[in-house]
Design a protein around this ligand. Structure first.
Ligand code: ATP
Ligand code: MG
Ligand code: FE
Length: 343
């Protein structure tokens, strides 16, 4: 089964050809980050315009790079939500047009299901699986009963992890998106500030990052007022230690309770070296009886890309879950499914 996939939910326009949900025959990612940086974040209008400009071209490129034609495809997949509505609409329209012109079936894919399925491009997932989904807009612990049935068991009450990185990055004068730089700085500093670890003691799998963000910003403002210069590496290390502590603590607790066969990380923050190292180390310490297999997606597949959408779409294809031409962008779509995604 060969699927052409589209992703345009935020600031990356991407196309990919994926074989059997596992093999990347081609992947094109056109990033717009430079256009948004001077605004300090993603500007929806700017994003939509960039998507329109490149989508036809990168469709041709994905087919050419995979050395296939439309006749070699079995389905067209596209992220239909969540994300920026105007951005999503470009991918959804392109995919619907392609489906209509070729008669190929259409598959609407949840962006977060896509992030989680980036792991499938690396290794086979044994079920049940448990995923820590950490990205710019989401921080969730997700239970995967099988390749298409997901349940959210923990969620953030306020900011997402990636969003927190980007907000404190702004205070430190780091360009959007700040996660990668803060991660690198964290490795050069120490946790000297001991920021709060919110909700660590609570008996649930939820997160909160707004208190940490406020504590961080207050510390910086206070130092400014008394003309004290704080070490940016220690600030980054202290922030990252607080984020990683709560993510790791709750995720390990969930693994002990649900005893999944596979542990997956997905989303932009899954590229975080501190988090990857910590999760791997904590899981290695678990008794063999509850030790899941760990799949950390390739770094370049943690951020937004169409390959992960093609991987998730294959699972939906196998399950017979197709969309029709009434498929619409759903900016606030939530797992497991929005009705808008299915027939
Ligand atoms: P969502 O997927 O929730 O809809 P999104 O698509 O905007 O949101 P992604 O593209 O998956 O999010 O991830 C981008 C986020 O990942 C940004 O907030 C960025 O700062 C963060 N990020 C990227 N690399 C790292 C890293 N090494 N450490 C921490 N955060 C990182
Ligand atoms: Mg992005
Ligand atoms: Fe994303």
């Amino acid at each position: 089964v060969r699927i052409l996939a589209y992703e345009s939910s935020c600031d990356e326009t991407s196309t990919a050809v994926i074989k059997n949900g596992r093999e990347i025959e081609s992947l094109i990612v056109a990033t717009q980050i430079k256009s948004h940086q001077r605004f300090g974040g993603v500007v929806p209008e700017v994003a939509s315009r960039h998507h329109i400009e490149v989508i036809s071209q990168i469709t041709k490129e994905a087919l050419a790079e995979a050395k296939v034609t439309w006749n070699d495809l079995d389905a067209i997949a596209v992220t239909s939500g969540p994300g920026l509505v105007g951005a999503l609409l470009i991918g959804v329209s392109a995919a619907k047009a392609a489906s209509m012109a070729t008669g190929l079936p259409l598959i609407g894919v949840d962006h977060i299901m896509g992030h989680i399925m980036a792991a499938q491009l690396k290794d086979e997932i044994a079920y049940p699986a448990l995923a820590l989904q950490v990205s710019g807009g989401h921080t969730e612990i997700v239970l995967l009963k099988d390749p298409v049935h997901f349940e959210i068991i923990g969620d953030t009450r306020d900011d997402a992890a990636g969003e927190a990185y980007d907000k404190i990055g702004r205070v430190l004068g780091v360009n959007y998106p700040a996660g990668k730089t803060i991660d690198a700085w964290a490795h050069q500093g120490k946790d000297t500030f001991h920021f709060p670890r919110a909700m660590m003691e609570e008996d649930n799998y939820d997160f909160s990052f707004s208190g940490l963000k406020s504590a961080f910003i207050n510390t910086c403002h206070h130092a400014d007022q008394i003309h004290e210069k704080l070490d940016k590496y220690d600030l980054a290390a202290s922030f990252q230690a607080a984020v990683v502590d709560v993510l790791a603590d709750k995720t390990i607790r969930a693994i002990k309770e649900y005893q999944p066969k596979t542990f997956i990380m997905g989303g932009g923050v899954a590229a975080n070296q501190g988090l990857r190292e910590r999760m791997s180390a904590e899981i290695a310490k678990l008794p063999d009886a509850v030790k899941p297999k760990v799949i950390l997606p390739e770094l370049k597949l943690c951020g937004d890309n169409a390959a992960m959408i093609g991987a998730a779409a294959y699972n939906l294809y196998r399950d017979g879950q197709f969309s029709d031409l009434t498929l619409n962008a759903d900016p606030s779509m939530e797992l497991p499914y929005a009705d808008s995604m299915l027939n």
